[in-house]
Ligand binder design. Structure first.
Ligand code: FES
Length: 296
């Protein structure tokens, strides 16, 4: 199968700088209604469940809308189809909120693709709302036609959503392909690690944040799992580091997540101090996808 036309479409969207003005306006409006940090941001980001919430939440409206269209096409029960459209419309709200929350922390090509993805979804929702109204008034054929058009848009939007996640890596733990050293690797002199704050050193080509907690030296991945922010440029206090980009906070001792919008913890490394030198090595078994990793 020749996928070139699809690639051509998405590449055009990625490079469409003309979308940036609209994206700026949309982002400014969203920032007035969506918090950037705090419990609601964590909830929308999927911090409590360890993965982004948006991909899971879209299953409900998409499933309900597609099911309604199947009933329409097969002459199924009209009332059931009407209810399914209504369920899809209601469940589109949390899906839209989580998507908007995630989109606010993207930029460049990812933000443009996300904007088109959202535009298709909002158009589909509008069509489904019109479909709902038509169905309530007894116009099933009109409602079914509107729903079918909406479902087609959702399919296109879903493809763009897949591109965002699987090709552009939005929502993926940005440390997942980093290969930390298997063997003890010298990173710094012990007295180079400050008593407060931290320093970044590279293990191979993988950045590592060295700091101290209760006098002991700790090491975690320097690249924020959320969108790759450099943690050594963040704020270090109370045994935690706060990412300079969007404010996720991680414990320095073990990389565990204190608050989002990140949904994954930072990888922590084992630390050894010998003769005034600090060495680190990875603390976990390598995973299959890391056998030919980046950063080595
Ligand atoms: S990159 Fe977003 S919180 Fe770190």
């Amino acid at each position: 199968m020749d996928l070139a036309p699809l690639e051509d479409v998405v590449t055009r969207i990625e490079k469409a700088e003309g979308l940036d003005r609209t994206a700026d306006l949309a982002a400014a409006a969203l920032r007035k209604v969506l918090p950037q940090q705090g419990p609601l941001t964590d909830l929308l980001s999927g911090t409590p469940i360890g993965h982004p919430a948006h991909p899971a939440l879209v299953l409900v409206p998409v499933g309900a809308w597609v099911s309604a269209t199947v009933l329409d096409l097969t002459g199924g029960d009209a009332r059931a189809a009407r209810r399914l459209v209504a369920v899809g419309n209601l469940s589109a709200l949390p899906a839209a909120l989580t998507g908007a929350n995630d989109w606010l922390t993207t930029k460049g090509a990812e933000r443009r693709v996300g904007l088109v993805h959202a535009g298709l979804n909002y158009t589909a929702l509008t069509l489904q709302l019109l479909s709902s109204r038509a169905r309530r008034r007894g116009h099933r054929v009109r409602g079914a036609t509107l729903s079918a058009a909406a479902t087609s848009l959702v399919a296109a939007s879903g493809w763009l959503g897949g591109h965002l996640a699987y090709a552009l890596g939005v929502g993926v733990d940005t440390t997942v392909f980093e290969q930390f050293p298997v063997d003890w690797t010298d990173l710094a002199a012990e007295d180079e690690v400050p008593l407060t704050g931290g320093i970044m050193r590279e293990a191979g080509a993988v950045p590592v944040l060295l700091s101290r907690v209760d006098g002991s030296i700790t090491a975690i991945a320097d690249r924020c799992t959320h969108r790759g922010g450099p943690l050594h440029e963040g704020r270090i206090a109370d045994g935690c580091v706060t990412c300079p980009l969007h404010g996720s906070t991680f414990r320095l001792a073990d990389g565990s997540l204190v608050s989002g919008p990140a949904s994954r913890p930072q990888p922590a490394l084992e630390v050894r101090v010998t003769d005034g030198r600090v060495a680190v090595r990875r603390a976990e078994e390598p995973r299959t996808l890391r056998t030919n990793p980046v950063g080595v």
